[in-house]
Structure formats: C-alpha cells, structure tokens
Design a protein around this ligand. Structure first.
Ligand code: ZN
Ligand code: ZN
Length: 452
C-alpha cells in the first residue's frame, strides 16, 4: 500500500508539498512556499508535519517559488537526501531561491518577519540537487523509481511518474498553456494508478495563446506612434524571456521600428543565461529556426540593466522605448519607479500580462482605479492600460483535460485535484467525472491523504 499526504497546494493554489509513503521509503514531491493570502508568513513558519530527516529523496517539478520555496527549510529541518529535478530547474532554482532569500532578509530587517532559513541552508540545498534528464528512469530505493516528462510550463518544468512499490503515481506539476512561445507541447506520462493534477484554471477557458504576438504588436505600434513608453510588468522566469523573443520577432518579421528595449530585472537577466545554456529544451521549431544562432536573446536594441544606476539611467533615454521589469504584480521590484514616472502620462502603454492577486497594486491599476499610491506618492493614471490573459503560462480547462486524457489511468484509478481554488477544483471535478467514467475523482484538502 502506498499513501499520499497533501501538505500544500491542497484547497489552495500555492505551497505544493506532497509526501509519499511507500513500504520502503518516504519521498516528497515539491516543497513550495505558500503565497498570496494574508496568513502566509505564519503558514510558512510552521514546522513540516513530518520528520524531514526521514525523507529519502525529493523530486521537484519546476523552479517556481510555490514549488521550491521551502526546500531550504526542509534542509534546515534535517533533510539530507538528493533533490532530483531537470538541470534547467536546478539552475533556475539557485537564482530564484537566492532572490527569495534577499527579499526575506529585507522583510526581516524592515518588518521583523521571521527568517525561514539562512544562507548556509540555501547553500546546502543547492549542493543536494541531482540533475536528471527527461524520459530517463531514475532509481530511488529498493526498486522505487521516477521519470520526468516535459510539462511545457517554464524551462525545465516536469510532470513526474513516480513508481513506488507496485503503484504508478503521476504528479502533473504545473501544465503549460499551449502553444508556448519557446517550449514544446506538454507531455502526458504513459500510465498511472493515481494522477495528482493541478487545476489552476480548471473549468475555465483562457485567451488563445496565439493572440500574444497580436496584442504585443498592437501595444508596441500604439506606443511608437505616440512616442511613448511601453511598460510591461513581468515575472522574471519564462514571461520575460518570451517577451524578448516576441519583440525580436516583431522587429525581424513584422517590420516594426527597432526601439530600445530594457530588461530591467536582475533575476530575469540572470535567468536569460540559464535559457541560453538549455536551448536544447526549446520547441523543435525554435531550435531549427534559430539553430545556428547563439543570439536568441541578444539583439541590437536590447539593453540589460542589472544595476540600480543603469535602471535609473533608462529615464534619460528618449521614447519610444520598452521597459520590462518585475515584479509581475507590481508589488516591489523596479517596475514601481517606472510606474511612478510614466503612469500619469497619456502616451504610456501599460501592458498587464500576468495574474494580479487581490490587494496588489497591479490589481488596483488593472481594475481601473483613477489614481494609485506608489511609494508615498499619488499618481493619476492617464496611461493606456491593456490587460491580456494570452501570456498565461497555465493550461486552461480543455488543455488540462487533453493532458489527463493522454495518460492511461487504470480502470479503478484515481485522480486528485490540487493547486486550485476550491471553487475551480469543484468545477474541474465535475468535468472529470464526465470524461473519466469509473475512476474516483477527489479534491485534496490540507493534510488529507489517499491510500492506493
Ligand atoms: Zn508554476
Ligand atoms: Zn504552481
């Protein structure tokens, strides 16, 4: 008998953390941070509800904080085993956790918030990573094993087929929105007794991702015509790199004038190197079109501004220009000083491409407030605010269904819905009952467990 415990992303989206108990060993899939809600700091400060030192191995699906953010805490609490992930996930994890630690130190110094872990725990975590390629069965203990499949969500992202005792467990990780700009189509693992699936957008269809280029082209043309500034708040991993790729496309294939583009995010700039290093993971189409070139992200009008001084100097560059800066929800990060500068100008286009959580500055702007407070100043919004879901990195309802149907689920198999708001999870559950007759479809709640 194998038991799966749901200790995160259960009844909510963030904090992915699943404990798998087999007859020979205990494993963890993902160890993410709880994010977004009011109670967060406290949730993350709680000790893990299991003995971290007893865990034999951790498998990580991808390098988003809600899947990796508590890894160093697990190590701090005594976990000493290998952490398996693709090489790209391992590389991106180092950058994302380093960035998270700096942010945590700042919150600690300014607001007295608790430190979840220290630099030494992070260093140890990095040293415990074991990169593994996709489609390669890796032995764990006494015949247990796992295989990674490309989830097409961010670079290096994976779904996991975990074989424990005689059971096949599939963990979706986060599934990508197809077609992706850079990545191949999400793959379904071949077979499963139980599938633990995300349902971030379960029961909901999203904008066609093919619209990305059209939306970006329109916003850029609008900005150029008015000699303005195109501001794009973006998440550092994947979205920023996608934007650069598409902007380059617009210059090369759509004859838009080559205006200066600033990538104003230290994390996105560092991630760019990881993307360059792992180009073999890009979709075949990108690899053949750009195969002989080393410069997918290195083109004439692109400027990288890693330092604060360079960031400030962007103001001196005459428009039209494009500024891509974090954070994606406009909370902190360099986007704040650009918003302060440009949001009140009618020739600014603010292109909102990411999810804006309630209570964030991004949400207030997106919801059409006339003025907002940014770093103590009231700014009247005169900019052209454009919002699109086409850049979403998450599969919508029909894509999730397609992914699930690609896996042969045992006749008496089970599907457990995680990584979803409760309302969406219920909607998705109904969808699944319709297409997977005979299987048990459940929604996970915190600390619930499943025996198979
Ligand atoms: Zn993700
Ligand atoms: Zn996630």
């Amino acid at each position: 008998m194998v038991k799966i415990h749901f200790f995160g992303a259960a009844g909510r989206v963030t904090g992915s953390n699943f404990l798998i108990e087999g007859s020979k060993a205990r494993y963890i899939v993902d160890c993410g941070l709880f994010q977004g809600e009011e109670t967060i700091p406290k949730d993350n400060e709680q000790p893990f509800p299991y003995d971290s030192a007893q865990i034999k191995a951790v498998i990580v699906t991808h390098a988003h904080l809600d899947h990796i953010g508590r890894l160093p805490k697990l190590v701090k609490e005594g976990f000493r085993g290998p952490i398996y992930a693709t090489a790209a996930t391992a590389d991106l994890t180092v950058l994302v956790l380093k960035d998270a630690l700096h942010l945590m130190e700042r919150h600690h110094d300014q607001e007295g918030r608790a430190m979840l872990y220290e630099q030494a725990d992070l260093d140890r975590t990095v040293a415990q990573f074991h990169p593994v390629p996709y489609h390669t069965k890796t032995e764990l203990l006494c015949g247990d094993s796992f295989t990674l499949y490309d989830a097409g969500h961010i670079l290096g992202s994976a779904s996991v087929l975990l074989e424990v005792d005689d059971k096949k467990l599939v963990f979706s990780g986060d599934i990508g929105h197809w077609p992706s700009v850079l990545l191949p189509q999400p793959e379904s693992p071949p077979g499963a007794d139980v599938v633990i699936t995300e349902a971030t957008y379960g029961g909901e269809e999203r904008e066609d991702p093919e619209d990305r280029l059209t939306v970006l082209k329109k916003a850029l043309a609008w900005t150029i015509e008015r000699k303005g500034v195109l501001l794009i708040p973006a998440f550092s991993i994947e979205r920023s790199q996608e934007l650069l790729f598409l902007l380059h496309e617009l210059f090369v294939h759509h004859q838009l004038p080559r205006v200066p583009i600033f990538l104003d995010s230290p994390l996105a700039i560092e991630a760019l190197e990881v993307f360059e290093r792992h180009k073999e993971l890009f979709a075949k189409k990108i690899q053949t079109e750009h195969g002989r070139r080393d410069d997918i992200f290195d083109f004439g009008s692109l400027a990288l501004t890693p330092t604060v001084e360079e960031s400030k100097d962007i103001n001196d560059v005459p428009p039209p220009k494009v500024i891509i800066a974090g954070s994606g929800m406009m909370v902190g990060g360099r986007i704040a000083h650009h918003l302060k500068h440009y949001l009140s100008r009618p020739n600014t286009c603010l292109l909102i491409i990411g999810f804006q959580a309630p209570g964030t500055l991004g949400e207030r702007i997106a919801n059409g407030r006339g003025a907002v407070e940014i770093a103590g100043a009231y700014i009247t919004i005169r900019a052209n605010v454009v919002r699109t879901g086409a850049f979403s990195g998450h599969a919508d309802n029909s894509e999730l269904l397609r992914w699930l149907q690609g896996t042969e689920i045992a006749d008496d198999g089970k599907v457990v819905i995680v990584h979803s708001e409760p309302g969406r999870a219920k909607k998705f559950q109904k969808e699944l009952i319709g297409i997977l007759p005979g299987r048990t479809i459940e929604t996970a709640t915190y600390a619930s467990s499943l025996e198979i």
